[in-house]
Design a protein around this ligand. Structure first.
Ligand SMILES: Cc1cc2nc3c(=O)[nH]c(=O)nc-3n(C[C@H](O)[C@H](O)[C@H](O)COP(=O)(O)O)c2cc1C
Length: 321
């Protein structure tokens, strides 16, 4: 979970509890990622995963981006700041791959797109398991064809960004069990399925569909070891938030979070990722400084109501069959 929640302490605690913790590579510098892997390794000798963003080049409509910047000016003015400039970058892809080659976590998962076959093959040769997050059968076929060893199947109820390869496409809405069945009927790879899972009964049901493992994000957001911000923590149990919603307003990519005013006010920002992420970054920082929960990206899956506080080990024990 990029953006703070995944800390070395959380990852190590999940691994020690019998799960497999994942560090977030996204948004960090390569040096920060290397430091996080080293710190996690010092906390556990067990298996750990690292997640990387695969950011494709995109054709953006500069006028559309400028329109969105103008649309957001009212909010920047409120805090006496400027709307962010838009730019593209690849989240330091090559440099982060170098960190992975050097420090060799047990598993690397990729989101937002599928790496080229040579990258997947090279990592496999180095003894690193590779997983690609998919949201449809066609993405699963692509990932399998390029040599991914594991698929992370992300259903429509998932918190945070959807992994859908084409940022312009509307993400699929097939429920997770149907998605797993469709992918199992097409591709012969182990599946780590998740999205909206917050109870042991749900874990059992998903394992019953033939998934090899279940992944959770939101269920760990309130763990003692998580780096979730105080604002995000308080919002998850704030009765003012009554549902989650998928939005492109914050980053251009569809992502599920607690429904708030910013989402409702900005329904058609376009799909330029990461450009829109950079446009809204100063606004989100100001919202965080001012504890403005109506303008923050409060990522959460549909199971957010049953998230509980406490040590990650207890949360995993509650979920494990
Ligand atoms: C706060 C937050 C941050 C996330 N960041 C990432 C990320 O950096 N990379 C990624 O592949 N998935 C990310 N996800 C999605 C999770 O990997 C996973 O698919 C999702 O949390 C599962 O649904 P659930 O939250 O309902 O358990 C994030 C989810 C949340 C809630």
């Amino acid at each position: 979970m990029a953006g703070g929640p995944s800390t070395p302490e959380l990852v190590a605690a999940v691994t020690r509890a019998g799960g497999m913790g994942f560090l977030a590579g996204g948004y960090r510098t390569p040096a920060q990622l290397a430091d996080q892997i080293t710190r996690t390794r010092a906390l556990t000798g067990g298996s750990i995963g690292v997640n990387l963003f695969v950011v494709s080049r995109n054709d953006v409509d500069a006028d559309e981006l400028e329109d969105y910047r103008q649309e957001l000016k009212y909010y920047a003015d409120r805090y006496g700041i400027e709307v962010g400039a838009h730019k593209w970058d690849d989240d330091a892809w090559q440099e982060k791959l170098d960190v992975i080659r050097d420090l060799r976590p047990d598993l690397v998962s990729f989101t937002f797109d599928c790496p080229e076959a040579d990258v997947l093959h090279e990592l496999t040769t180095l003894g690193i398991h590779t997983a690609v997050t998919v949201t449809s059968t066609s993405e699963a076929v692509t990932a399998a064809g390029r040599g991914a060893r594991i698929l992370v199947v992300q259903g429509p109820d998932a918190g945070g960004h959807r992994a859908t390869f084409d940022p312009a496409a509307d993400p699929g809405t097939d429920a997770l069990p149907e998605l797993i069945t469709a992918i199992r009927n097409t591709v012969d790879l182990p599946l780590i399925a998740g999205g909206g899972i917050s109870t042991r009964q749900q874990v059992e049901a998903i394992l019953g569909t033939g998934a090899a493992a279940v992944h959770v994000g939101t269920a760990l957001l309130l763990a003692d070891e998580a780096g979730t911000t105080p604002a995000h923590r308080s919002a998850l149990h704030d009765p003012a938030f009554t549902e989650t919603k998928v939005t492109r307003a914050f980053t251009g990519r569809p992502a599920r979070g607690l429904r708030n005013k910013f989402m409702d006010d900005h329904e058609r920002p376009g799909h330029a990722y990461p450009q829109i992420h950079y446009i809204t970054a100063p606004l989100r920082a100001a919202a965080a400084r001012n504890n403005d929960l109506q303008a923050l990206h409060l990522w959460a899956g549909t199971g957010y109501r049953t998230t509980r506080t406490g040590p990650a080990a207890d949360i995993i024990a509650d979920l494990a069959p």
